[in-house]
Design a binder for this molecule. Structure first.
Ligand code: AQP
Length: 328
């Protein structure tokens, strides 16, 4: 069975973008692959996090994984910080990474641009991501467009290690989902929908109540036209809403265009809000049950135990190959 690894940062409240672009694919993959799905809290602290919020968001993301349909008996669900091998292999990978490789990373350039002071962790983040993937010898990594460059670096680091210390790491491949929409921000369709956006009107959180969802969608930016047509260049905002509609209502875009032919944006937005609400309602219901049961701590403990077994073995092999004197 091929191994899949992916993670989501607890850097805010999960959005519909995270669900459509990542979690719904995780749910499918768990049936056909050996999956490792983690909440990457060590990555989240590469930008400042408030401790109380970090703790709450971490538990919330883990509970949302399960509420959205990831079965902790099938997939390994755990926190990155519960498996210390991530930080240790992360350091080892940092020593194998060249400064120039990190300087070329566009995500670092984006996230650091205009900031007076930037943590070194943000700079070396791609080396830690490489460690996350290589620890489990993952074959496939579901990645969005913005992470492709980091996966390329992971592949280079795996090859570099294998050349210097003997064949060991699997070279991971990107997993491109069959339907992988990139959901854009509701207030600006040139940016992706992001959980850390300071404007909550720019995203739909998976835990937003129905009225908030209705309000956010009715206020979503559109153009001054009337036509409901998918054309990313000419009508980026409407195209984004069509993608969300298609994913939530499980209808093709052509079908939705035909349904609203000759109508303005009003009814389209109202119906879209109801489809989003219907998609999120069962997830929110299960989320409340999981949080109130307190089971998530136990799920994360078991997930970390299983993940540690695989990760510790990799780390031991890596250290042995590199010439570390191992404990007896
Ligand atoms: N807007 C999106 N559309 C489709 N997929 C998305 N993902 C994120 N936003 C969208 C996918 O969700 C996973 C989570 O990634 P992450 O938490 O590690 O960080 P991210 O990609 O940077 O996500 P956010 O929500 O934008 O977080 P912040 O605001 O903290 O940077 C990834 O698989 C990603 O592709």
């Amino acid at each position: 069975m091929k191994r899949v690894l992916s993670g989501i940062q607890p850097s805010g409240s999960l959005t519909l973008g995270n669900y459509i672009g990542a979690i719904q694919n995780f749910v499918k993959l768990q049936h056909t692959h050996q999956c490792y799905f983690m909440v990457v809290d060590l990555h989240a602290i590469t930008v400042p996090q408030e401790p109380k919020a970090l703790r709450e968001q971490t538990e919330s993301v883990a509970a949302l994984f399960v509420a959205a349909g990831i079965d902790p008996e099938k997939a390994n669900v755990f926190l990155q910080s519960h498996v210390p091998a991530h930080a240790e292999l992360g350091w080892i990978m940092t020593t194998l990474t060249h400064m120039g490789e990190l300087e070329r990373m566009t995500q670092f350039k984006d996230k650091s641009s205009g900031k007076e002071s930037v943590g070194a962790g943000l700079f070396v983040y791609p080396s830690l991501m490489a460690a996350d993937i290589l620890l489990y010898n993952a074959d496939l990594v579901p990645v969005g467009d913005d992470q492709k460059q980091h996966l390329e670096l992971t592949r280079d680091l795996a090859q570099r290690f294998n050349q210097r210390f003997g064949e060991y790491f699997t070279i991971p491949e990107p997993y491109i989902p069959e339907v992988g929409a990139r959901i854009m921000s509701l207030d600006d369709a040139s940016n992706k929908m992001s959980k850390s956006n300071p404007n909550p009107g720019s995203y739909i959180a998976l835990l937003d109540p129905p009225d908030v969802i209705r309000k956010k969608i009715s206020r979503a930016t559109t153009d001054s036209g009337r036509e409901i047509k998918y054309d990313v260049k000419a009508k980026p905002e409407v195209s984004n809403l069509l993608s969300i509609y298609s994913q939530c209502a499980k209808l093709s875009i052509a079908n939705i265009e035909a349904k609203y032919e000759g109508q303005g944006y009003g009814q389209f937005k109202k119906d879209l809000a109801e489809h989003v609400i219907a998609t999120l309602e069962p997830i929110q219901q299960r989320y409340r049950e999981i949080r109130s049961s307190g089971k998530i701590i136990d799920i994360l403990d078991k997930g970390a135990q299983r993940a540690s077994e695989a990760a510790d073995e990799t780390l031991r092999n890596v250290k042995e190959r590199m010439g570390f004197l191992l404990r007896g």
